[in-house]
Design a protein. Sequence first.
Length: 248
Amino acid sequence: MFIGFGTVTNVVAVVAGSGLGLLIGHRLSIHVRTTVTSALGLVTLLIAAQSAMAVSERDLSDAVGDSAPMLIVLGALVGGGIIGAQLRLEERLETFGGWLQSRLTRGDGDAGRDRFIEGFVISSLVFCIGPLTILGSINEGLGNGSDQLLLKSSLDAFAALAFAASFGIGVMASAVSVAVLQGSLTVLGALLGSFLPDAHLVALTATGGLILVGVALRLLDIKNIPVADLLPALVIAPILCQIAVAVH
């Protein structure tokens, strides 16, 4: 297998899963689709909680001290949120989703446009934020195989089927986000080698887990958090971790 095989498989899985969801979606009642979306929200919350709990791992506390991990995650989310809000990342992602919708669909009206954008944004975030995305892509770039991304592909295929049944073709468009992000991380891993120590990866994973909580809250229709505005936190977390390591 070639480097990048995992990402290619993941993109195909999202397209195939969402395509199947589009085929059977009209056979499912609104109640069923809502229930499926809520179930995905609960599973996303579980995955998010597991990732967020990485903040208590010894690799991180040994490197930065016992009191620093929570502060690193807090600082990353606050700083990332400020940067993301200033850059209007959520708005730009929605605009990009609207542009894709205008190219891929016709005559759906405002309701169809909103449904497309919601499906594109939510599925892009779910498929692109998890620890398997980051660690799997980097490991593949390092030449360590595609096992993690192949596992992620199977999970994303089922999620894409359920999402597409609820949100429509916008979910299929999220394959573009998967290809761009995972492909970029794989290339970065291949170019830079193992550029993040274990403690930095743990901080990044815990921060990503909390961002996924925001995605879960959106899926559960509890609070519409502008999750994309928090994405810069994934860059800030390793930086703060490095500062804490230097101070410690």
